[in-house]
Design a protein around this ligand. Structure first.
Ligand code: ADP
Length: 493
């Protein structure tokens, strides 16, 4: 006897006990039978009342075609244990009906014949109304919470129209209440100018809600509202996420607006302080440096022993000067105020300029490069010197055991690539991108071993970016590091 005949035999016994007729009297319960492949082979008649679909439209369908896609994983897990002959716990699944979706609680058991699963039988209860009541209750609770959160929250429908707004959102958009905002949704556009973090106009097409409506899975933006009449400014971070219906179609977009004005103002004050402090420090330091130079020259004529101390002071002074000018650069970068004096120059010459004084310092490192041929690039000599100085001093600093530092130049048709290779402590690949961020240091706790502020690479990357070049690193922890940067070449013919 094959599996289907065995199943039919068992089912005829069930029907003869009039189980179907019994169940058709209990309105919300449905009896169903599946074959071992998960295909519906029989279903009790009251099912038609619940789903609005004819029995013949369902027989022969796989359970996969009956439930909504979001419930596949749950149904699949249950199907696996049924196939293994186990009786799993009841589960709730959403079923496609003629007009939409209903929720059923399914309790299924395997039909076993000599320990072999020859089919499955189960009872389902329609729990849609019960679920909807719980849903409405939780929805009301959510709306209550939503009205009272401090952040502004708005919900748009799939056309972009606002359908829900809390008071916090309405007030920050210049309305008196959430109702006012829902009545006239575009007032805020005429009241405020929007600006991005660089001070450029923030385009409405960049609003995260619009991006999500256009298919992005999530979007966020930081911008400020400037009141056209009072000039009052307010900074916000706006985050948007889509909400899909059970069929996976975009249903709504939820936008959360967080006011960061206080934080931004603090940041601005900090930047301003940094900029002022470094500026004020630079002037006296420059005069000390000049007097130090005069003193050194005079002392040299009389007594050579004390010049050692002057040289030591000079070394520390140079470190201090470099630190102060880096801090000044940071504020200038932030304000977009670094001026570049662009000209054509020989890159090899600049490399020699940077390496010569380092060689004179008698380091335990050996700085090596061949004789460079003349290659002209277009850029700011002083700033490229600064990049090379940063990369070379890092190569020295992060090779505490000394070793070779090799500088090379490679060129192709349009650009030159300068590389600085050391044999130092190396950098794990997970830090390769981040080290170019402001104040990023791999191990902040090693301040004593490797002092610094984590700004040299940030400044270097900004400078190279402004030269339309690229800067990158190749390295592995413990295996040395090579930094590269590229510059556009001046074509000689
Ligand atoms: P600083 O050296 O002042 O900390 P940088 O911006 O110059 O700041 O470098 C950022 C971080 O990158 C350093 O803290 C260090 O961890 C890592 N780093 C930079 N250059 C090297 C190098 N040549 N070898 C190993 N690590 C390096």
């Amino acid at each position: 006897m094959n599996e289907q005949t065995q199943l039919n035999l068992i089912l005829s016994q069930i029907s003869s006990e009039s189980l179907y007729s019994l169940l058709s009297d209990i309105e919300q319960d449905v009896l169903y039978v599946l074959n071992p492949m998960g295909v519906l082979t029989d279903i009790s008649p009251n099912f038609e009342k619940i789903t609005g679909l004819k029995k013949k439209e369902w027989i022969g369908k796989n359970i996969k075609d009956i439930i909504v896609p979001q419930d596949y994983p749950l149904a699949f897990k249950q199907f696996i244990s049924l196939k293994q002959g186990k009786t799993p716990k009841p589960i709730e699944l959403r079923i496609k009906t003629k007009t939409g979706v209903c929720i059923g609680k399914f309790f299924t058991k395997p039909i076993l014949n000599k320990k072999k699963v020859i089919g499955m039988i189960g009872v389902a209860k329609d729990v849609t109304v019960q679920k909807e009541q719980t849903y409405t209750h939780s929805k009301n609770q959510l709306i209550d919470i939503f009205q009272h959160v401090a952040d502004g929250v708005t919900v748009q429908d799939s056309e972009g129209k606002l359908i829900l707004v809390n008071d916090a959102a309405a007030i920050s958009a210049g309305y008196r209440s959430a109702d006012d905002m829902l009545k006239d949704q575009s007032v805020w556009m005429s009241r405020f100018n929007l600006e991005d973090e660089k001070g450029n106009p923030f385009l409405l097409s960049n609003l995260p809600g619009r991006k999500v409506l256009n298919g992005e899975p999530k979007a966020e933006a930081t911008f400020k509202f400037i009141d056209k009449t009072t000039q009052e400014e307010r900074w916000v971070i706006l985050k948007s996420r889509p909400i899909f219906d059970v069929m996976g179609k975009l249903n709504m977009v939820i936008n959360i607006m967080h006011d960061i004005t206080k934080h931004k103002k603090q940041e601005e004050r900090k930047e301003e302080f940094m900029s002022m402090a470094s500026h004020e420090l630079k002037t006296p330091l420059t005069s000390i440096n000049i007097y130090l130079d005069i003193l050194k020259k005079r002392l040299k004529k009389q007594d050579t022993t004390n010049t050692i101390f002057i040289t030591k002071i000079e070394k520390q002074m140079n470190k201090l000067m470099k630190l102060v000018s880096d801090l000044l650069d940071i504020s200038r970068i932030k304000a977009g105020k670094i001026n570049y004096k662009m000209e054509s120059f020989d890159i090899g010459e600049i490399i020699n300029e940077v390496t010569e004084p380092l060689r004179e310092m008698n380091l335990k490192h050996s700085i090596q490069h061949g004789k460079f041929k003349k290659i002209f690039v277009y850029g700011d000599k002083y700033r490229i010197n600064q990049v090379l100085t940063n990369l070379l001093s890092n190569a020295i600093k992060y090779s505490p055991d000394g070793g070779k530092i090799i500088i090379s130049i490679n060129e192709n048709k349009d650009e030159v690539v300068i590389s600085i290779k050391d044999q130092g402590i190396g950098i794990d690949s997970k830090h390769h991108k981040k080290i170019f961020e402001r104040m990023y240091q791999i191990n902040k706790d090693s301040e004593r071993t490797f002092p610094g502020l984590g700004i040299g690479l940030y400044i270097s990357a900004e400078i190279i970016k402004r030269h339309n070049g690229a800067i990158w690193v190749e390295s592995n922890k413990g295996k040395g590091t090579t930094f590269y940067f590229s510059l556009l070449k001046i074509k000689t013919n």
